[in-house]
Design a binder for this molecule. Structure first.
Ligand SMILES: NC(=O)c1ccc[n+]([C@@H]2O[C@H](COP(=O)([O-])OP(=O)(O)OC[C@H]3O[C@@H](n4cnc5c(N)ncnc54)[C@H](OP(=O)(O)O)[C@@H]3O)[C@@H](O)[C@H]2O)c1
Length: 263
């Protein structure tokens, strides 16, 4: 299938590893030029080289922390200066720490909202005027299945990401007339370094091996396994494409069947 995004410019944030990297690679494979960011420069540079070598795409990268309004502003300006425009935005960031309600202070809550909700607001605000002017734009916000089914020890994430869903849905209504489509995707258990790290911690505290920790973790998944980042990227690339022409305001889990709700 030709996704129709040859020559488009995609900004994918938090993308030196994991889900963001897989999305950037998927978009580059379809002929888009991609801009990457993360906090660590060494990994970013490695990823940029890898995507260039694998796909031949033009890749730009800049260090940026999604918790910093200034970094986001500079990232958008530098991407626009480099490529001339931004047609596609995949808004991604790290996740807030786990913990229980009474563990967290006001500062913790504000940090979580800043990292996950405010970063999405700031990114969309930065790219939107040009997408509206050119009557073409695709925005995908990466959240989590916790927006459909909260996880007890991820209260900061549950709450901050719910704000992203309502933001995207509200905007989808207003932006549809300009052919700027905005959708939210919700990863379940996708085997990235983040999940590997989590499994190492579980294995250490429970005195089991990592493979057993992962088997236990995916036990509630009907497909019986974690997803791969490339499988996750398939959905995101479609939502960022020309082929995705009548789909906006959706909230789609990609989770091997983990979420049991109808919607
Ligand atoms: N994988 C899953 O199963 C899963 C499920 C549900 C939700 N999620 C969410 O999806 C997002 C990505 O997770 P992942 O599994 O891809 O994690 P990962 O493998 O740890 O990769 C995270 C990427 O984001 C970058 N990053 C982290 N914090 C950042 C920040 N403040 N500003 C800019 N870049 C940042 C990291 O680079 P630096 O550290 O160098 O900045 C890295 O490139 C997270 O919010 C996570 O909570 C993941």
């Amino acid at each position: 299938m030709d996704y129709g995004i040859q020559g488009r410019v995609a900004l994918v944030t938090a993308s030196s590893k994991g889900l963001g990297k897989a999305c950037a690679l998927g978009l580059a494979r379809e002929g888009a030029s991609v801009a990457l960011c993360a906090r660590g420069e060494a990994e970013l540079e490695r990823t940029a080289k890898e995507i260039r070598a694998t796909t031949g795409a033009e890749v730009f990268w800049q260090r940026a922390d999604m918790a910093s309004a200034g970094d986001i502003e500079r990232l958008i300006a530098a991407t626009r200066e480099h490529f001339g425009r931004i047609d596609i935005l995949v808004a991604n960031a790290g996740g807030p720490p786990p913990g229980q309600f009474l563990d967290f202070t006001d500062e913790d809550w504000l940090a979580a909202l800043n990292l996950n909700l405010m970063s999405t607001i700031r990114l969309i605000r930065g790219v939107l005027p040009q997408m509206q002017a050119q009557k073409w734009g695709r925005i995908v916000a990466i959240t989590s299945v916790t927006v459909k089914q909260p996880f007890a020890n991820l209260i900061l994430s549950n709450v901050a990401r719910a704000g992203v869903v309502t933001l995207a849905k509200t905007l989808s209504d207003q932006l549809a007339k300009d052919n700027v489509l905005i959708n939210t995707v919700c990863p379940g258990i996708i085997l990235t370094d983040r999940v590997r790290q989590l499994m190492q911690n579980v294995a250490r505290t429970q005195g089991i091996d990592e493979a057993q920790a992962l088997r236990d973790y995916v036990a509630p998944v009907p497909m019986g396994r974690p997803g791969q980042p490339a499988e996750f990227a398939e959905l995101v690339v479609f939502l960022c494409s020309e082929r995705c022409s009548y789909l906006t305001g959706t909230v789609t889990q990609i989770d091997g069947g983990l979420v049991r709700s109808y919607f």
